[in-house]
Design a protein around this ligand. Sequence first.
Ligand code: NAD
Length: 261
Amino acid sequence: MDEQIEQIASWAAAAGSGVAFTGAGISTESGIPDFRGPGGFWERNDASKFTIQNYVRDPEHRKERWRMALEGRSFLGKNKAGEDIKPNAGHVALARLEALGCIRGVITQNVDGLHVEAGGETVVELHGNARRIGCLSCRESWPSADVLKRVAEGEEDPDCPYCGGILKSTTISFGQQLPEDAVEKAHVLSATADFFLVVGSSLVVYPAAAFPGVAKKAGARLAIVNREPTDQDYLADAVIHADAGPTLSRVVERVEQLRPS
Ligand code: NAD
């Protein structure tokens, strides 16, 4: 592993247009479970139900989703233990790589807002953000806590106070289009990257999982840091199967020696 850390640090230090790409795995050390890991969401739930079509069509489904949101607490910035969700060493390390100029930004599949909270300047959120809830008709939006307060006070399926439309977290559900501007930015960053660092993603959710391939095709060095093997390890120039926080902290420590700010 020492050798791979050295390699990744040297690519990061030399990079002129590096990019990081993250998934749920970077946030597990902040107490937010991933979806495919042990105890993850898809072990407990049927993925095929969670479509935008079901959400729009079926009030009973929406009521279930609001109950889950209230119980899950992630919309409120709390984990299941009721503790505040905070960025961890992995998020901090990526913000530091950006500040050092080794990466131009982070493309993330996460909806938790932790890259921005850690100080990330350019954060492309492909799957939206759980901290806001919006109206599917008029597009007005509110902090999630404001809407969940209405649910906690007894509204089973709260509607838009302005137009009566359906409210939904501003995250992307199955069958829902990814935000065009985010996809465009992610594509430009990936297609012009000279170093591309994947952290904490199983790399199976498309179209997001296509970006490492875009970067690799454009000539970037591709590195993957993930607890388990991913479907795209074969594409990578370096792979580390380990926890993100401690691994990225070591990478940054080495980069700081190689590329002092
Ligand atoms: P995933 O659940 O499919 O995969 C996560 C990967 O991270 C796994 O391969 C796991 O081995 C690895 N991992 C777990 N903890 C790790 C750690 N500490 N260090 C390194 N690797 C670790 O997640 P995905 O690929 O992001 O895709 C799932 C979808 O779920 C995404 O669309 C995302 O929007 C959503 N999601 C987001 C959050 C969040 O915002 N924090 C949480 C759960 C799911």
